[in-house]
Design a protein around this ligand. Sequence first.
Ligand SMILES: *Cc1c(COP(=O)(O)O)cnc(C)c1O
Length: 412
Amino acid sequence: MSVKLPIYLDHAATTPCDPRVVEAMLPYFTEIFGNPGSRNHQFGWRAEEGVDAARRQVADLIGADHKEIIFTSGATEANNIAIRGAANMYAKSGPGTTGRGHIITSTIEHKAVLDPCKRLQKEGFDVTFIEPPKDGIVTRAMIEGAMRPDTILVSIMWANNEMGTINEVPQIGALCHEKGVLFHTDATQWVGKMPTDVEKDNIDLLSFSGHKIYGPKGVGVLYVRRRKPRVRLQALVDGGGQERGFRSGTLNVTGIVGLGKACEIARAEMDKDGERLLALRKQLEQAITSQLDVVQINGHAEKRLPHMTNISFGFVEGESLMMATKEIAMSSGSACTSASLEPSYVLKGIGVGDDLAHSSLRISLGRWTTSEDVEYAAQAIVRAVKKLRELSPLYDMHQEGIDISKIEWQAH
Ligand SMILES: *Cc1c(COP(=O)(O)O)cnc(C)c1O
């Protein structure tokens, strides 16, 4: 079999740049190097033209107007500007008010949403963290149940970065618009992979990142609605007033041009890519579940992104499994938490037990993943799991029919 090792199956952590993206960027390093803020000469104008074209490519991908696109350093910054910027702008004050306002988010958000929300909590806002059930889906009904008269902001991710599960974002957006509450979604795993229309989907603020959609790292987008309603935000960084004052600082022109190209490609190719990747993911899951027992696919069976899966392998540590399959790049837990050996808070958040959360792998396929790659990876994983289980006395006991959950372990 002709596969090229190592095999990269961690596209939810980051993607390689598409060569067409790199090609579009190159002139902007050397020839068209002007500052788009330089309004009085050709170097500035040409750089600004590049940025404007990219702004339109980005807007076209999500059904926005180009004036509603704010370029940032990535999804982390976009989330911070959206959440902290909106909370501080719309905070309650004056006589008769108790807290500064109420915010709704979920326990399975990325840290780049959870941490700003926790900061706001310390600053006097009330925050409700919705805990989705075992299928991992945050629904409109859950948000409706948490709404209060003083709710000012709802922030719910579109697709989860560990499981790929898809939340009821258009429905939640409709609810927020009925109630006159601002709605932000961290769409970093969704945009560029699935069709997005900020109008139809009732979104006020939306974040995503270049490097998750075959664009460069260090550049991202915040969509800020300009009408019905016109969203106002308190800036986090003050300075030259670029990006309508929401995000001062000289624009990352090369990055922005690359991100624009990545959006154009994604728009043209997402249907074809999605179909191909769904078939590959099914091939992967089928190969694994047909050859191993005590495996569980985490999150909703259908409501998830085509290109990724999260599988728990009973009686095996995710970290040991990755060590035993070094020629395949995957993720145990999420990339952001894999520095610690805590089990994934996302899996724990939907009620996956510590043992199975510790034994999980996230496998995410991408634009250049082949059927041979998937077959090779599946067989390598199956072999490694079988081998690790040979060393597991617990797996022996399980096979002998002993119910391990009923064993009373001696305290130590
Ligand atoms: C990757 C990711 C982020 C962070 O994006 P950066 O551009 O790396 O800051 C935020 N949210 C989600 C859901 C992500 O997957």
